[in-house]
Design a protein around this ligand. Structure first.
Ligand code: HEC
Length: 130
């Protein structure tokens, strides 16, 4: 009986944690999708179109599937992962393209740091001036 009570107290104590976590998980998911949109536009939209329809000149020529369709949406996360990683029929493996896009993003982020370090230097010389 005492043990049961303990668990109950535990569950009630944890409730605010869950309530706190849910919006944060939703925000993390939205952030992921937003990041995915950028990567999609860089590496997939040539064939699949920005809206996922596959309605581009290249997409029509190679038979790129409509990613909004029930058929595509019922693929598991793992199947979608494999499709992107290995390709299938007319779709090439896109791992290299994704790495390249990431490398470009990294360059952009690092160049922001370089600019900031220059600014630190400018402020420093500014501060030393009489
Ligand atoms: C060179 C053109 C091309 C590019 C670029 C491309 N795809 Fe595809 N994609 C295709 C073709 C063609 C198919 C159909 C191949 C098949 O039958 O599996 C396809 C199929 C798919 C499918 C399976 C859909 C289904 O209903 O079976 C997914 C998921 C997919 N692509 C995601 C992506 C993602 C994500 C990217 C970017 C990382 C991407 N594709 C880039 C041409 C392309």
């Amino acid at each position: 009986m005492i043990i049961v009570c303990k668990y109950r107290v535990g569950a009630i104590a944890l409730l605010p944690l869950f309530l706190f976590a849910i919006p944060h998980l939703a925000a993390a998911q939205a952030g992921k999708a937003e990041e995915g949109r950028e990567l999609f536009e860089q590496t997939c939209a040539n064939c699949h179109a920005v809206d996922g329809s596959g309605n581009t000149p290249i997409g029509r020529a190679v038979g790129a599937k409509d990613l909004r369709s029930a058929e595509a949406q019922k693929m598991t996360d793992a199947q979608i992962f494999t499709q992107i990683d290995e390709g299938n029929r007319n779709m090439p493996s896109l791992s290299n393209a994704i790495n390249q896009a990431r490398a470009n993003d990294l360059k952009e982020r690092v160049s922001v740091l370089v600019a900031y370090i220059r600014e630190l230097g400018e402020n420093q010389t500014g501060a030393k001036k009489p």
